[in-house]
Design a binder for this molecule. Structure first.
Ligand code: ARG
Length: 284
């Protein structure tokens, strides 16, 4: 018997999916016309029809898996509005809106605020500090992991703790390619035994130590998985949606009993986005 075959079956418990509620925005006006992260190059053409097809595939995947997907009306002149994760943090009915660092994206926050209000989310606070929502916030079901370094202001972490009433753990991002927390880390399982996957190279040394202490059994991704935005994944606890290029990460996840669904996100990646960026989760 090989070492792998000898691994007791109970090492990794059976993976249980839970139904999720997502908010997405079709990339009707998607382009790359300004540069606010190192992935963006306005000289490289974007195939708008292909971007839409890739986004539709992502949305259809969620629906097929039994999740609820709401969509918000895209707006002309807001090419990054497809990245819905950046526009709100919703935990157990409480909503913290967003406040973008880049003036080019500032108007997105108000469209989403209105969506929340018109869809019955009355317990809503708008931030006073730069806050790019789920781009930099990952809810484990117990704590809110919060990134800073490029976008979200560290003072927004304290604001989030107060507005949402959940403990916040601040993490420092140090590599500009991984400018949002959700480009370097995602939650695989929520709850008291929460599990994450992350790319250590994106974090300061202190933050790496925090993550190792909190999640000693985390899935550790390498540079190859990170550089296709493989950490921009979405998990329902059993199915994990990833860019298909993240093959090393996919193999590790499958070994642990997750079912990986690899999607082509090439066009949205030209703006620095992947599956998670396109997906705001309304955490119940
Ligand atoms: N071009 C967008 C920006 O730089 C991409 C945002 C991706 N969203 C995310 N959650 N990482 O703001």
């Amino acid at each position: 018997m090989t070492a792998t075959a000898a691994r007791p079956a109970e090492t990794f418990a059976a993976k249980q999916a839970t139904t999720r509620h997502f908010l997405m925005c079709p990339p009707a006006y998607f382009t790359v016309e300004y540069v606010i992260n190192p992935w963006m190059n306005p000289d490289e053409p974007v195939d708008a029809a292909l971007a839409m097809a890739q986004w539709e595939e992502l949305k259809n995947t969620y629906v097929r898996l039994g999740h609820t997907v709401n969509t918000i009306e895209p707006q002309p002149g807001l090419p990054d509005m497809v990245f819905a994760a950046n526009s709100g943090t919703v935990i157990e009915g409480r909503v913290l809106g967003s406040k973008f660092r880049a003036p080019e994206r500032a108007a997105e926050a108000e469209h989403f605020r209105r969506w929340f209000v018109t869809h019955g989310h009355r317990d809503l606070v708008m931030p006073t500090r730069i806050n790019e929502a789920e781009g930099d916030f990952a809810w484990t079901g117990e704590v809110l992991l919060a990134g800073t370094g490029f976008r979200t202001d560290p003072a927004a972490h304290a604001e989030a703790q107060e507005a949402l009433g959940v403990p916040v753990v601040s993490l420092n991002l140090i590599d500009e390619r991984y400018y949002h927390l959700d480009t370097a880390l995602f939650v695989l399982d929520k709850g008291p035994n929460a599990q994450i996957a992350y790319y250590p190279g994106a974090f300061s040394e202190g933050s790496r130590r925090v993550l190792a202490r909190m999640f000693p059994d985390a899935v550790i991704a390498d540079e190859a998985d990170a550089s296709c935005l493989g950490l921009n994944g979405v998990s329902d606890g059993h199915h994990v949606v990833l860019p298909f290029e993240a093959t090393g990460l996919a193999a590790q996840l499958e070994e642990r009993g997750y079912e990986v669904i690899g999607l082509d996100m090439s066009e949205l990646r030209k703006s620095g986005g992947g599956p998670k960026c396109c997906t705001m989760e309304l955490h119940s």
